[in-house]
Write a protein of this length. Structure first.
Length: 95
């Protein structure tokens, strides 16, 4: 007979936004949740150390998320400019 074990189901997190995509802060939080999980049953000293480490990770991740967003916007500006869409180019540069 084959033995099957059920594992715990991880909680589902849903992020929503209004008037556009997710913010850099929301993406950072989603990313950090995936990178690191701190167990509620861990000793307090370990929990504190892990939370401080997560905060340090969040600073680095947030920086690079903002850089990626800026780079993508610059890429869109170049594509619009090459396509002759100067009005769109101006709008993207103001964003």
């Amino acid at each position: 007979m084959i033995g099957l074990e059920a594992s715990a189901i991880k909680p589902v997190v849903v992020e929503t936004s209004q008037n556009g995509g997710l913010s850099a802060e929301q993406i950072t939080e989603l990313c950090c949740r995936k990178i690191m999980y701190v167990s509620a049953t861990a000793p307090p000293a370990i929990q504190k150390q892990a939370e401080e480490f997560r905060e340090r990770i969040a600073v680095v991740v947030h920086h690079y998320v903002e850089e990626a967003m800026r780079s993508e916007r610059d890429r869109c500006v170049q594509i619009a400019s090459k396509g002759g869409y100067e009005d769109l180019t101006d709008l993207l540069r103001r964003a």
